[in-house]
Design a protein around this ligand. Structure first.
Ligand code: ATP
Length: 576
């Protein structure tokens, strides 16, 4: 794990490099890279990086680099909000339980054995259903099932001859298309370049017609009866998957008690919200490199699961934070005929019923989402309807987005400036060393200030302890007198919180725009992030990761969205 050099950092900004005359608290603080800013920043109009075209590709392929994963999890905030998708959890038994259940069942069917057999088959490149193979080699399987399987080749295997034309490409399934983050900012680009970009996009769309579908990896294997599959998959619907599958499956008249093995697939270019259960047959028939990816899964998986318990909770197939929103970075507003209502379902005509004839149109708004424990490059565009259908909490993140995305008007700014001047005067009266006041009067002012801090209820009901209020007021005193300071105390007494509330004070009370930079050791970044977001409404972002991630973090989070369109031109939005 990369650890950057340690540095001594001053706790105040704007501080002169002079000795600490008050000298009450000092420490060395070990620092690395957390970056956060006040609710505003530059109106960035730089050219977009070509790397944007590779969005979501970082998850690419089964061969993940452990080091980047490690870094990522260390850097990302730890936030295990319980917004679990019923699609991946609720309707599904714990896979380990179900495997155990099946094993208990007179050894009639073992998904583990099954998995090994499938691996063998994949290696031999045979297009046979798992169940067929299982039955062929499993003497205990009863005759009835044997009959069924004999039928498989004729009756059970869907009669439709799946041709590429019958496979609904995700890009073609919905007229309202998801974006896959291909925003180009063309301020400095010539119009010629922009036009050629657009031409490229058209070509890409045409190419999509014949494209094979691609998936990143298989993340679980599971065997259940067809009836159980139907039950489980009926809750798995998004704009990209229908009844748990990327394909629109025809109704089958197969025996519902018949077992089928399916694989949970993470699709390329889509977030974990759109993972779907697919059969080996479909994957091999319609997806690029399915056999290779399948054999990688069998090599790496244990008990039918790719991720170990550290990365997921019991009963989950993957870390639930991967479908938990860390922040909404943009709203893509289509032309909605908004209904006057507080309920987004009503307001944006969201249609939740998958069988509704206008399901395709009823997607609601589209958000650019950064997921917890995923990098900025892995952020994705999601329809509001998909978030609702999968129980993903988004309203708080949306409110936070709205709060920070609107630039104050000129008159509001002028009002703020006047207010700031007043606040400054008050602070200088209390803390200013050149201010002529008796010591008693000063002490009284400081006590009063500390009391206000102590009584103040911060976000989520947080309140400072008396010594913490003293610490913050000392930091403010240094700030007012333009003096560098280092806050030191014993471990665990809340220095992080004091720093967060101090920065909050200079942002909210003195209306200092920021951005403020926190440099912290890699392992403590999640803690810093948690405390800043838990105690303040500051627009806090983790500035860490690849150059692309860092650039994207700044580009998408440090400018006012609402005025951004005046300064940049959106030249290209490319689909999947
Ligand atoms: N006023 C408070 N209210 C609620 N929780 C608090 C308060 N002050 C500190 N804590 C909690 O105590 C724990 C330790 O605080 P924190 O990590 O900020 O201390 P620290 O002094 O920065 O520690 P270290 O020296 O290890 O960096 C945290 O979980 C924090 O949320």
């Amino acid at each position: 794990m990369a650890r950057s050099s340690r540095r001594i950092a001053a706790a105040t900004d704007n501080a002169d490099d002079e000795g600490d005359s008050s000298g009450r608290r000092s420490t060395r603080s070990r620092q690395q890279t957390v970056f956060f800013s006040e609710d505003k920043g530059k109106d960035n109009a730089d050219e977009d990086d070509n790397n944007h075209n590779n969005e979501n590709d970082s998850d690419d392929d089964e061969e993940e680099t452990p080091s980047s994963d490690e870094e990522q999890s260390a850097a990302a905030p730890v936030r295990r909000k319980s917004s679990r998708s019923t699609a991946f959890r609720g309707g599904m038994k714990d896979p380990s339980n179900s495997i155990a259940d099946l094993l208990k069942n007179d050894g009639q069917y073992s998904p583990v054995v099954q998995a090994k057999k499938s691996r063998g088959r994949a290696a031999k490149h045979k297009k046979r259903s798992s169940l067929e193979a299982s039955v062929d080699s499993d003497d205990d399987f009863d005759d009835d099932n044997d009959d069924d399987d004999d039928d498989d080749s004729s009756a059970d295997v869907p009669k439709k001859k799946k041709s590429k034309a019958t496979v609904k490409s995700p890009a073609k399934r919905h007229s309202k298309r998801r974006m896959t983050k291909k925003l180009e900012f063309a301020e400095s680009e010539s119009s010629e370049e922009s036009e050629s970009e657009l031409d490229d996009d058209d070509e890409d769309e045409e190419e999509e017609e014949g494209e094979e579908m691609k998936f990143n990896k298989i993340i679980a294997a599971q065997s259940m009866t067809l009836a159980e599959w139907e039950n489980t998959c009926s809750t798995m619907n998004t704009t990209e998957i229908t009844n748990g599958s990327r394909w629109i499956q025809e109704k089958s008249d197969r025996d519902p008690s018949k077992y089928e093995e399916r694989f949970l697939v993470k699709w390329e270019g889509l977030s974990f919200l759109h993972c779907s259960w697919e059969t080996e047959k479909d994957l091999i028939e319609f997806c690029e490199q399915a056999k290779t990816k399948m054999s990688t899964f069998f090599r790496k998986a244990e008990n039918g699961l790719l991720y170990d318990a550290d990365e997921r909770l019991d009963g989950d197939y993957f870390d639930p934070s991967w479908i938990t929103i860390e922040r909404i970075m943009e709203i893509v507003d289509d032309d909605f005929e908004e209904v006057d209502s507080d309920d987004p379902i009503e307001k944006y005509n969201i249609i939740l019923d998958v069988n509704h004839p206008d399901f395709e149109e009823g997607t609601g708004r589209q958000f650019h989402v950064k997921w917890v424990h995923k990098t900025y490059s892995e952020s994705s565009f999601e329809f509001e309807r998909d978030l609702i259908l999968n129980d993903v909490e988004y309203l708080d993140d949306l409110a936070a987005y709205e709060r920070r995305s609107v630039k104050p008007s000129k008159s509001e700014m002028q009002k703020l400036e006047k207010k700031t001047e007043k606040e400054k005067k008050v602070l200088y009266t209390i803390f200013g060393e050149n201010y002529t006041m008796s010591d008693e009067q000063k002490e009284e002012g400081v006590q009063k200030y500390q009391k206000i801090l102590e009584d103040h209820v911060f976000k989520n009901g947080g309140q400072l302890r008396d010594y913490q209020a003293e610490g913050v007021s000392w930091l403010m005193a240094n700030h007012v007198n333009k003096r560098s300071s280092i806050l030191a105390d014993e471990m665990g007494l809340g220095k992080t919180i004091q720093t967060a509330t101090y920065v909050n004070q200079i942002s909210k009370q003195l209306h200092t725009r920021g951005p403020f930079l926190i440099i912290a050791p890699l392992s403590t970044i999640p803690h810093w992030y948690r405390e800043f977001t838990g105690w303040t409404d500051l627009n806090t972002i983790v500035y860490h990761g690849s150059a692309n991630d860092r650039e994207r973090a700044v580009r998408t989070n440090l400018h006012f969205q609402k005025i951004a369109s005046r300064h940049r031109t959106w030249v290209s939005v490319r689909g999947i």
